[in-house]
Design a protein around this ligand. Structure first.
Ligand code: GLG
Length: 833
C-alpha cells in the first residue's frame, strides 16, 4: 500500500453510527466476535475489551479520512520523536474526544454494564517517567485537536514505568506488564517493518563526482515493527497517529541457525534482539550510559526516519524537498542521534552531496531541551559509539569538523571556545556530547519556560548562543484541558459551563470570562461544593490504597511528582514535623492532610531513602492520638496518570517548591492551578509565569531566587548555620537525627539529618524559614473560606495561557512552519455519525 493521494471511489467509507443502539450492537458484536465470549459469561474485563474494540473501529475510520485528506491537501507534516509517552488510560479519553462519552455509557448501561467498574480495569499506558513523557502525550492530543498533521514516534516498551509498592515503608519496584491482557487500542502493522543495523564496519567508496559514499556492512540487524495508536482530537474529526516500534528478530537471523539445526540457539538469539524494546529506563534525570539505552535510542530513531523518508517517497516528493514537507521535533536529547541518521540516509541511500544534505537536515530538525542538569545530558564514550554505530561516528566527526571550521573562521584564535563547543568532549575520556549534536543539527532549540530558556542561554548553551543567538527560543509548556479539567474535574467543568457556556473547551482563552464569577458568592459556594466532592472521591481512593481514613473537610496540601533532591520533598516533610510538634505543644493549627506521591528511580538511593523517611514520619503522625484529626500525612503509592486525575481536582494547596533554577518548567503546577489549587512555590520554572498570570496576591511565593541560589552556593555557608533562622528548625532536625520518627530504621533518619546539616545541596535549611512563613500565610487565607475560594477561582480563570494548544501553536508557527488541516464533518448525505 502506498500513501496514494487519489482515494479509489470503490473504497468510499460508510461510517458506523454513534447512537446508543448502534454502539450497543457494536459492543455486543465485539464481545462475541473479537473477544470471543458469550455475553452471559463475560467478565468485566471482557466488556472493557469489547467496548474498546467497538470504539477503536470508529476512531480508525476517522483516521483513514484524516490520512486521505492530508494526502490530498499536500500538507507539511510534523514528526514528534520521543523516547517517552505517558498516556495513561485510553478508553475514557478516547470516548470524550470522540464526543461519544455519554452515549457509550448509555449503551453499556442498556447492556447491564457499569462504565466506571470496567474503566478502572484498564492498565495505564505508562511509557514514560514524568513531565517529559506526559508533555509528549499532551502535545499529540493537541495536534489532533487543532488539526495539525502530527505524527508521534516512540518505542512500544513491553514493560512501562515500574509499579511502585510500599513494603515496610520502602519503595519496592514491580514490573509493569501492561500488555498482559492484550491491548485493544493498538494496530499491529507487521507489513511496516524496517531493518535497523548495529555494529559492523564501514567501507568507503570514492565516487566520480568527488564525494565519498560509504557502505555500512555486516553487524547485526534487528527489525522494527510498527504498532499504531490512533489519537483522536477533541470533538474534531481529525485523528492522528502515534507509531510505536517493537523490536523483532530478523528472519535471516533465525534461519542461519535453523539451517544448522540449532533451534535453541536461534530462539535465544531472537530473544536477545527483542530485548531492545523490552523495558523503559526508569531514570528521569540521570543518563545511565548503558549500551542497551543507546541501542534503544538508535533503534526507534532509525525506524522512524526510514518511515518518514518512505512516506515522502510514496507521496512522490523529491528528496531535496524533505524539509519543505516535514518538520522533526526532538523531544529532549534522547533522540539526538537522528541528526546523524538523517545525514546517513541522505548521503548513503540518496547520494545527496554533503552540503546539501546538511542544509536539509538543519532545516528539518528542532530540539527541545528539558533540563539544565548536566547529569541528565547524555554523552557516549567515543569507543562505544565507534563499535555500535561506526557509520554515525564518522558522520559526527565530519559534522564537528565542518562546524569547528565555521566558528574558527568567525571567532579566530579562541581555542578554549572551540574546545567547549566541540561535539567531542576530550576531557572525560573522549565522549560524544549528544546535546551538542542536537543543537548543531537543528534550526531552533527551545527551553520549556521563560526562566529555563534564559538560563539555557546563560549557562548550558552560552557558547552556542554566542554563535547562533537567533537559534534559541522559548516555548513555555502547557497541559491539555481535555484530560486535566474536563475529564478529571467534571464538577468544575459543569460549574464553568453553567456560567460562561462551553466554548472555553476549544479555546481556553475564553476562560477569562469566568474571572468575574470569583466575586460571586453563589459561584464560590458551588466551587467549594465541587472541591468537597472531589476530596471525598480522593479520600475513598486513599482508603482503598493505603487503609488510611482521611477527612474530606480539611485543607488538602499535595506534593505530587518524581522524588528528587532538587524538588525538595524534604522541605515539605520538615513542615509536617513542625506541625506535628506544634500540635503536641498544644498549639491550635489548621487541620490538613498532607499528601505525597511519586516514584524514585530504582538506582537513586537518596530518593528511595526520602520515601522511607516520609512513610515512617507519616506512620508516627497518623497514629499519634494527640494529633486527633488535625494532621494526616499520606504517601500515595504508585502515582500515575490515572491517579493524578483523582488527586489534582481535590487539592487546595499545590507544592512547587524546587530549589530555584532547577525545575525546567513543571507541568503539575499548571494542572493543579487550573483546578483551583493555590500554589506555594519558589520562583522557579513556570511558577514565575503562573504568578504573572494569576496575580501575586493569589499565589504564595517564597525563598531564594535562582540568582540568590548561585550566590549562596558561592558563599559556601554551612547548612547548619540556618538552624536558628526559624524557632523550631533545630528541634525538628534533632528529632529526625535522634530517630524520634524511626521505626527501627534509626540509622536512615540520622543519615538524612546529617545530609541536611552537612551537605544540603539544594538548600532546604536555607529556605526553611521563608517556606514556613509562606505556609502560615496560606493557612491564614484558608481560614477565610470566601477569600480562599475567590483566589482559587481566579487561578482557574487566569490559567488559559497554560493550555497545550497555545504551546503547540507556538511550535507550529515559530519552529515547524506548519498549518492546521482540520477535517470537515462528513457531507449530509453520508451516514449520520
Ligand atoms: C522535564 C523537567 C520538567 C518539565 C518537563 C516537561 O524536569 O521541569 O516540566 O520535562 O518539559 N524531565 C522532565 O520531566
Amino acid at each position: 500500500m502506498t500513501e496514494s493521494t487519489q482515494p479509489n471511489p470503490r473504497h468510499r467509507l460508510s461510517p458506523l453510527t454513534c447512537d446508543a443502539p448502534g454502539l450497543r450492537q457494536s459492543i455486543r458484536d465485539a464481545l462475541v466476535r473479537v473477544v470471543g465470549k458469550d455475553p452471559d459469561l463475560a467478565t468485566p474485563r471482557d466488556w472493557l475489551h469489547a467496548v474498546s474494540f467497538a470504539i477503536r473501529e470508529r476512531i480508525i475510520e476517522r483516521r483513514v479520512v484524516t490520512r486521505r485528506q492530508f494526502a490530498e491537501e499536500d500538507v507539511k507534516r510534523v514528526y514528534y520523536l520521543s523516547m517517552e509517552y505517558l498516556i495513561g488510560r485510553m478508553l475514557e479519553a478516547n470516548l470524550r474526544n470522540m464526543g461519544i462519552f455519554e452515549v457509550t455509557q448509555q449503551a453499556l448501561q442498556d447492556l447491564g454494564v457499569d462504565f466506571r467498574e470496567i474503566a478502572r480495569l484498564e492498565e495505564d499506558a505508562a511509557l514514560g517517567n514524568g513531565g517529559l513523557g506526559r508533555l509528549a502525550a499532551c502535545i499529540l492530543e493537541s495536534m489532533a485537536t487543532q488539526g495539525y498533521p502530527g505524527y508521534g514516534y516512540g518505542i512500544r516498551y513491553e514493560y512501562g514505568m515500574f509499579q511502585q509498592h510500599i513494603e515496610h515503608f520502602r519503595q519496592v519496584e514491580h514490573p509493569d506488564n501492561w500488555l498482559r491482557y492484550g491491548n485493544p487500542w493498538e494496530f499491529p502493522r507487521p507489513e511496516k517493518t524496517f531493518p535497523v543495523r548495529f555494529y559492523g564496519y564501514v567501507v568507503e567508496h570514492h565516487r566520480p563526482d568527488g564525494e565519498t559514499s560509504c557502505n555500512w556492512e555486516n553487524g547485526e540487524e534487528v527489525l522494527a515493527m510498527a504498532y499504531d495508536y490512533p489519537t483522536a482530537g477533541y470533538e474534531r474529526r481529525n485523528v492522528n497517529n502515534l507509531r510505536l516500534w517493537a523490536a523483532k528478530a530478523t528472519r535471516d537471523f533465525d534461519l542461519r541457525y535453523f539451517n544448522e539445526g540449532d533451534y535453541i540457539r536461534a530462539v535465544a538469539d531472537k530473544n536477545e534482539s527483542e530485548t531492545i524494546s523490552m523495558v523503559l529506563y526508569p531514570n528521569d534525570a540521570t543518563a545511565i550510559g548503558k549500551e542497551l539505552r543507546l541501542k534503544q535510542e538508535y533503534f526507534f530513531v532509525s525506524a522512524s526516519l526510514q518511515d518518514i523518508f518512505d512516506r515522502h517517497r510514496q507521496l512522490e516528493y523529491p528528496i531535496e524537498e524533505l524539509a519543505d514537507k516535514a518538520a522533526i521535533q526532538l523531544n529532549d536529547t534522547h533522540p539526538a542521534i537522528a541528526v546523524a541518521e538523517c545525514m546517513r540516509l541522505l548521503l548513503d541511500e540518496h547520494r545527496i552531496p554533503w552540503d546539501q544534505a546538511w542544509t536539509i537536515t538543519q532545516n528539518l530538525f528542532s530540539y527541545t531541551n528539558h533540563t539544565l542538569m548536566p547529569e541528565a545530558l547524555e554523552t557516549w564514550p567515543v569507543a562505544l559509539m565507534e563499535r555500535v554505530l561506526p557509520r554515525h561516528m564518522g558522520i559526527i566527526y565530519r559534522i564537528n569538523h565542518e562546524f569547528i571550521e565555521e566558528v574558527r573562521h568567525r571567532f579566530p584564535g579562541e581555542h578554549e571556545f572551540f574546545r567547549r563547543l566541540s561535539i567531542i568532549d576530550e576531557e572525560h575520556g573522549r565522549r560524544v556530547r549528544m546535546a551538542h549534536l542536537a543543537v548543531i543539527g537543528s534550526h531552533r532549540v527551545n527551553g520549556v519556560a521563560a526562566l529555563h530558556t534564559s538560563l539555557l542561554k546563560q549557562t548550558l548553551f552560552a557558547d552556542f548562543s554566542r554563535v547562533w543567538p537567533e537559534r534559541f527560543v522559548n516555548v513555555t509548556n502547557g497541559v491539555t484541558p481535555r484530560l486535566w479539567m474536563i475529564q478529571a474535574n467534571p464538577g468544575l467543568t459543569e460549574l464553568i459551563d453553567s456560567r460562561i457556556g462551553s466554548d472555553w473547551k476549544f479555546d481556553l482563552d475564553r476562560l477569562k470570562q469566568f474571572a468575574p464569577y470569583a466575586s460571586d458568592e453563589a459561584t464560590r459556594e458551588a466551587f467549594r461544593a465541587v472541591k468537597l466532592r472531589n476530596k471525598e472521591r480522593l479520600a475513598a481512593l486513599v482508603h482503598k490504597r493505603t487503609g488510611l481514613a482521611i477527612r474530606p473537610d480539611v485543607m488538602y496540601d499535595v506534593q505530587i511528582k518524581r522524588i528528587h533532591e532538587y524538588k525538595r520533598q524534604l522541605l515539605k516533610l520538615l513542615h509536617v514535623i513542625e506541625l506535628y510538634q506544634r500540635i503536641r505543644d498544644g498549639e491550635d493549627v489548621l487541620p490538613r492532610v498532607v499528601l505525597f506521591a511519586g516514584k524514585a528511580a530504582p538506582g537513586y538511593q537518596r530518593a528511595k531513602d526520602i520515601i522511607a523517611v516520609i512513610n515512617e514520619v507519616a506512620d508516627i503522625v497518623n497514629h499519634d492520638p494527640a494529633m486527633g484529626d488535625r494532621l494526616k500525612c499520606v504517601f500515595f503509592p504508585n502515582y500515575e496518570v490515572s491517579s493524578a486525575t483523582i488527586i489534582i481536582p481535590a487539592a487546595d494547596l499545590s507544592e512547587q517548591i524546587s530549589t530555584a533554577g532547577f525545575e525546567a518548567s513543571g507541568t503539575g503546577n499548571m494542572k493543579l492551578a487550573m483546578n483551583g489549587a493555590l500554589t506555594i512555590g519558589t520562583l522557579d520554572g513556570a511558577n514565575i509565569e503562573i504568578r504573572d498570570a494569576v496575580g501575586t496576591e493569589n499565589i504564595f511565593i517564597f525563598g531564594m531566587t535562582a540568582d540568590r541560589v548561585s550566590a549562596h552556593r558561592a558563599q559556601g555557608i554551612p547548612p547548619g548555620a540556618h538552624l536558628d533562622s526559624h524557632p523550631r528548625l533545630r528541634s525538628m532536625v534533632e528529632a529526625l537525627r535522634d530517630g524520634f520518627f524511626s521505626n527501627g530504621g534509626r540509622h536512615l533518619h540520622a543519615e538524612i539529618a546529617r545530609y541536611l546539616l552537612e551537605e544540603d545541596p539544594f538548600f532546604v535549611l536555607a529556605d526553611y524559614a521563608a517556606y514556613s512563613d509562606a505556609c502560615a500565610q496560606a493557612d491564614r487565607l484558608y481560614q477565610d473560606a470566601e477569600a480562599w475560594s475567590e483566589a482559587a477561582l481566579l487561578n482557574v480563570a487566569r490559567m488559559s495561557h497554560f493550555s497545550i494548544d497555545r504551546t503547540v501553536r507556538e511550535y507550529a508557527e515559530n519552529i515547524w512552519n506548519v498549518l492546521p488541516e482540520p477535517v470537515p464533518p462528513p457531507c449530509p448525505e453520508s451516514n449520520k455519525n
